[in-house]
Design a protein around this ligand. Structure first.
Ligand code: PLP
Length: 396
């Protein structure tokens, strides 16, 4: 097996496995070894590898029309946006490609809304963000990251952001002033290690935003589209933000598809020429995204995540005191804090790799699990068995 990526920039440190094919929750390497994919492309593969309805939609569209640019209409964009807006209970969809682009778009929309609708003085708009956030990698987005590795060396940074502790509604309220146009949050912080805010937090954010005339932007790029057992992670508290930012699973693991989804009174501030993307809303992306929305409309995947997630939770809780010091989970999404005196998260992922499981560490001694929602209960049990042994048995 050759790991040689001699002409690849070193912006990642991949585990030593070279993947060649995948089906459902499983991938196979170049030597024919099979692995249960418990990262699922950071939740871009919520529906697994090669989902028949998604690949059929892609193949059909591939043969028909792939790109028109938005200079012209195409026959796939309208139906995709209509059904995605309906799924989200919103009016309009602004299609982009990557998650970071959609976050950038939401920030631009919020600023323009602030000037045109709220009457904020020119160039004074601020957006409140949370400590420990991950919203992508652009220069503006890393400007308000609290992770030095993501930030250092990339200044000068974009002004106009204010950081508050995650999960603290009172601190958020205190940070709002007349120039605040939006609060940008992950309803569950994924990269931070599946950090779940205290109950009532999202409702508190909603209440502050409503009272202060501030937009609540929920970055559901990783938490949304079935992962947590509901369509959106905000649904767990019955909270509706003003703007959903979606990505990852929206492209079915096939093509990058992201979107900003909101109401007329918010997205109408964007007019022809003020924002755009060459590939955003292309017919191939729209066909795949539409097929993803169709899968979600059935509720089947949300139900699987909720039901199997309860099973996962019970099994993970047994690991506390046996290699793990804390577990957090919602649906089929879990963060496991390992006892740092035993091993690093990377070492745990190496042990899991040897046992046929792909997972990813985050922040030192935490591992994150996000298996595809198509995983079967027996496979979930096997995963938990392997995890338990990997944490308690010495490596071979
Ligand atoms: C992955 C992610 C992004 C960035 O998405 P890209 O497609 O990698 O640009 C933004 N926000 C959250 C919450 C994410 O998990």
């Amino acid at each position: 097996m050759s790991l040689a990526e001699t002409a690849t920039a070193h912006n990642y440190q991949p585990l030593p496995v070279v993947l060649a094919s995948g089906q459902g929750a499983w991938v196979t390497d170049v030597d024919g070894n099979r692995y249960l994919d418990c990262l699922a492309g950071y939740s871009a593969l919520n529906f697994g590898h090669g989902h028949p309805r998604l690949t059929a939609a892609a193949q059909e569209q591939l043969a028909r029309l792939t790109l028109t640019s938005r200079a012209f209409h195409n026959d796939r964009l309208g139906p995709f946006c209509r059904d995605l807006a309906e799924l989200a209970g919103m009016d309009l969809v602004l299609p982009m490609n990557t998650g970071a682009e959609a976050v950038e778009t939401a920030i631009k929309v919020a600023r323009k809304w602030g000037y045109e609708r709220k009457g904020v003085a020119p160039d004074r708009a601020t957006v409140i963000v949370a400590d420990g956030n991950f919203h992508g990698r652009t220069t503006t987005i890393v400007s308000f990251s609290s992770d030095p590795v993501a930030r250092d060396g990339f200044g000068p940074f974009t002004p106009g952001f204010r950081t508050v502790p995650y999960g603290d509604g009172a601190a958020l309220e205190a940070a709002v002033d007349e120039n605040t146009v939006a609060v940008l949050l992950e309803p569950i912080q994924g990269e931070a290690g599946v950090r779940i805010p205290p109950p009532g937090y999202l409702q508190a954010v909603r209440d502050v935003c409503t009272r202060e005339n501030v937009l609540f932007i929920a970055d559901e790029i990783q938490s949304g589209l079935g992962r947590t057992g509901t369509t959106f992670a905000c649904d767990a508290e019955g909270v509706t933000p003003d703007i959903y930012v979606l990505g990852k699973a929206l492209g079915g693991g096939i093509v990058p598809v992201s979107a900003v989804v909101s109401r007329h009174d918010v997205l109408d501030v964007i007019r022809p020429g003020s924002h755009g993307s060459t590939f955003g809303g292309n017919p191939l992306a729209a066909a795949v995204g539409h097929a993803v929305v169709e899968l979600l409309r059935s509720g089947e995947y949300q139900a699987r995540a909720a039901e199997f997630g309860a099973r996962l939770r019970t099994r993970l809780e047994d690991l506390v005191g046996h290699g793990a010091v804390a577990v957090r989970s919602r649906g089929l999404w879990a963060g496991i804090d390992l006892d740092p005196t035993l091993m690093t998260g990377r070492q745990a992922c190496m042990r899991l790799l040897d046992r046929g499981i792909l997972a990813k560490d985050t922040h030192g001694s935490t591992i994150r699990l996000a298996p595809p929602l198509v995983i079967e209960p027996s496979q979930l049990d096997w995963l938990c068995d392997q995890l338990g042994e990997a944490l308690t048995r010495p490596a071979d």
